[in-house]
Ligand binder design. Structure first.
Ligand code: MLT
Length: 259
């Protein structure tokens, strides 16, 4: 099968209109798309992404008036937002807390990137933890776009590394045409993974060490969330792929639960 894969290193580098009709994988490795995937794997009914904090507060109030106990989650500056139930650490999204419930969720860059992709045909919430689960969903897609969430209009290294992991996996079946950013992402993946195979047990610790070198990784560590790096670096630790339906405004699990 001939396949084209385009990587966009930050939302500012691709017009939302140019994603219309495409299959898009949105990646915010540290930590929004990893956290959404954990919430779904833990049995959250759906995750509803919002760009603004106020939108979450409003939606939560409406839900409460209807007698629904929703969970409000997300961050600003990496920290839990005042009045919210949870922050943006994947560890917080356990079955005890989120199973069967709607999670209203906002983060600085991740939920904004999901919104940026809203004109796409299919939007998948991608991270290293669900690499194989996402791969299975897009196995027959001839054209795939990978949108890195980035940060404040700039490129964020770990999103590019994760995009490169997807390129490495998706490009191996048959002939694939890559844009230059996909080639950059592939180089980043090879450097961060030190050429280790996906199955290598050393891969998680190698990637976590690499994530710790980046600006955002250092910020996450400074907030006391160092353990999140290994979680975000663990390839295929989840068997769940989240799909965002911008018309229904929610992300739901296509398959599976935590292994
Ligand atoms: C974001 O959306 O900017 C990130 O997920 C921030 C974070 O790591 O909490």
């Amino acid at each position: 099968m001939n396949r084209s894969i385009r990587v966009h290193l930050a939302p500012a580098l691709i017009d939302p209109q140019d994603l219309a009709g495409r299959t898009v994988l949105v990646i915010d490795l540290l930590r929004a798309t990893t956290t959404i995937s954990y919430a779904l794997a833990a049995g959250a009914k759906e995750v509803v992404p919002y760009v603004k904090v106020e939108e979450v507060r409003r939606a939560a109030e409406e839900a409460r008036q209807c007698g629904e106990a929703v969970i409000c989650g997300g961050e600003r500056g990496g920290c839990r937002i005042e009045g919210f139930n949870l922050g943006n650490s994947p560890r917080e999204y356990t079955p005890e807390v989120v199973a069967g419930r709607r999670v209203l969720f906002t983060t600085t860059n991740g939920t904004r990137a999901l919104d940026h992709a809203r004109r796409s045909d299919r939007i998948l919430v991608a991270c290293l933890a669900n690499l194989s689960a996402i791969e299975k969903v897009v196995i027959d897609a001839a054209a795939i776009d990978i949108l890195c969430a980035g940060g404040a209009g700039s490129v964020i290294r770990e999103d590019v590394v994760a995009a490169g992991a997807f390129v490495a996996r998706l490009a191996r079946a048959g002939s694939t045409v890559l844009n230059d950013s996909a080639l950059v992402a592939l180089d980043s993946w090879r450097a961060a993974s030190r050429g280790l195979a996906f199955e290598n047990p050393q891969l998680t610790s190698t990637l976590a060490a690499s994530l710790a070198e980046g600006e955002h990784g250092r910020h996450v560590i400074s907030l006391g969330y160092e353990d999140d790096l290994a979680l975000c670096a663990a390839v295929d630790s989840l068997d769940v792929a989240g799909e965002f339906d911008p018309r229904g405004r929610s992300v739901t699990a296509l398959r599976g639960r935590v292994r």
